[in-house]
Design a protein around this ligand. Structure first.
Ligand code: 5GP
Ligand code: ZN
Length: 120
């Protein structure tokens, strides 16, 4: 989608630091990391948020979660644990309107999330 930052990152017109890529997903480092590991996992196709996910998105969702697990394994946090966060809309502080999952780990995270532990 034009004027979408993460579509630009997926397409390569906006630079990013890749972590891994699958058939339908792309994972790259957050520009403002809130934890030692802070990776964003996005679908290559444009979806605005969880609000755009339905029965037609089962395959892309399965791919996204496989990518999330692969990121955790590659970053060495599968055993220590990690948090997966997706913000939806204004009250959640969603800044980029292309579905993305924050994968946070590498330190102990607070629950309920406060400040940087909220993945924003
Ligand atoms: P949201 O608040 O929408 O859930 O999170 C957006 C995330 O995207 C933030 O954590 C922010 O640091 C990250 N971000 C914003 N612009 C860029 C960018 O140009 N490159 C990368 N790698 N991350 C970005
Ligand atoms: Zn997009």
């Amino acid at each position: 989608m034009e004027d979408c930052l993460f579509c630009g990152i997926v397409g390569g017109s906006v630079p990013s630091t890749a972590v891994l890529e699958t058939e339908r997903s792309y994972a790259f480092r957050d520009i403002k990391p809130a934890a030692p590991v802070h990776v964003l996992v996005v679908p290559k196709e444009h979806l605005g948020s969880v609000e755009d996910v339905g029965a037609g998105q089962t395959e892309v969702l399965a791919d996204l979660f496989a990518a999330i697990r692969a990121v955790a394994a590659k970053e060495g946090i599968s055993e220590s644990g990690y948090r997966v966060v997706t913000n939806v809309g204004e009250d959640a502080g969603q800044l980029v309107h292309h579905l993305h999952f924050h994968v946070l780990g590498g330190r102990s995270l607070r629950w309920p999330p406060k400040g940087s532990d909220a993945g924003g």
